[in-house]
Design a protein around this ligand. Structure first.
Ligand code: BDR
Ligand code: CA
Length: 320
């Protein structure tokens, strides 16, 4: 941990999901992060699967964070089919549905996030790495949340880069464009970690094998689920890599100086061929978003691997 610095309280809004699982393990193992809670959302999987997977990850870590069940469908559009071809039928590669014994928190996600943030005004970082439905509802239902959170660090969007679901749209924005537009229109500090940067941050199977040698249980699990993800990327991009979308957003919380940002107010296309496109809207009157456009890619990758290599040790300390 950085000397004399308290860990940053973080709530991750998530649809786990292979890269979500990587991000959650990074956050849970990181001495500079206090992982307060996961709020779940549909996206890579149905929300029931997302909540179950979040609880499974909690059991793996022996951490004490909350898991709060969230939105099952977008605000205005019909639900898109889950991305089983990217993340596996149950969201964790080839792994069958995990059995979990811990219960989910029954609180409403808006109330949960609001309660946590109002108890610690100006401290909590909100990190959505799935469709922005829960976060848009939060903005609508609790408008003063914008002055209570420290910062919102979002994995999503493709402002100047191409999309990954359509040529124009990134998956998290595509899955609920109306929600994303509400979140971008709110008056709060946003760092957007989208495809403009995340496509550049990759790990190989050899990286994950190395991780497994340092942390056989949690690193081994990440190595196992990464195989499915690497096969997917090989099928669409012809490269044997795992693109580290969601973990990159977490590294941007702990190591923001590794990233380069360009300020731009953003808007989302809500219909037509370009639906889900997140684009600069200079005359919108909206607060500018810090759009990440580059990073020290080797350093970001190394931060992820170094922290996850500690995961088994941290878990053993929690069990003791
Ligand atoms: C985003 O979409 C999901 O498949 C990933 O988990 C990530 O959050 C990348 O576009
Ligand atoms: Ca995700």
């Amino acid at each position: 941990m950085s000397q004399n610095t308290a860990p940053i309280p973080v709530i991750i809004d998530t649809d786990p999901g292979i890269d979500d699982a990587m991000a959650i393990h990074y956050a849970s193992a990181h001495p500079d992060i206090e992982l307060v809670g996961l709020t779940t959302v549909f996206g890579n999987v149905f929300v029931e699967q997302a909540t179950r997977n979040a609880l499974f990850l909690k059991e793996q870590t022996c951490d004490s964070f909350d898991v709060v069940h969230g939105a099952d469908a977008p605000l205005e559009m019909p639900l898109n089919p889950p991305s089983h071809y990217v993340h596996g039928d149950e969201g964790l590669g080839d792994m069958p549905a995990p059995k979990v014994s811990l219960p989910a928190d029954s609180r409403d996600t808006s109330q949960y996030i609001y309660d946590i943030c109002s108890a610690r005004p100006g401290e909590v970082v909100l990190c959505p790495v799935g469709p922005l439905t829960n976060i848009a509802r939060l903005v609508r239902e609790k408008p003063d949340i914008v002055s209570l959170v420290k910062r919102v660090v979002i994995m999503g969007g493709a402002v100047w880069a191409d999309g990954n679901v359509t040529p124009h749209a990134e998956a998290n924005i595509w899955n609920d464009p109306h929600a994303a537009d509400i979140v971008f229109s709110a008056d709060w500090e946003i760092d957007l970690i989208g495809l403009d940067v995340t496509q550049k941050i990759t790990c190989t199977q050899a990286d994950f094998d190395m991780l497994a040698s340092h942390a056989p249980e949690i690193g081994g699990f990440l190595a196992q689920i990464s195989e499915f993800y690497i096969k997917f990327y090989h099928s669409v991009q012809n490269r044997y890599v795992c693109v580290m979308h969601d973990p990159t957003a977490l590294v941007a919380i702990t190591n923001r100086t590794l990233f380069t940002f360009k300020k731009a107010p953003l808007s989302v296309t809500l219909s037509g061929e370009k639906m889900g496109n997140s684009h600069a809207a200079s005359d919108s009157g909206r607060r500018a978003v810090n759009v990440c456009i580059d990073a020290d890619v080797d350093a970001v990758r190394k931060r992820f691997l170094d922290i996850c290599a500690l995961a088994d040790k941290i878990r053993a300390e929690r069990r003791a």
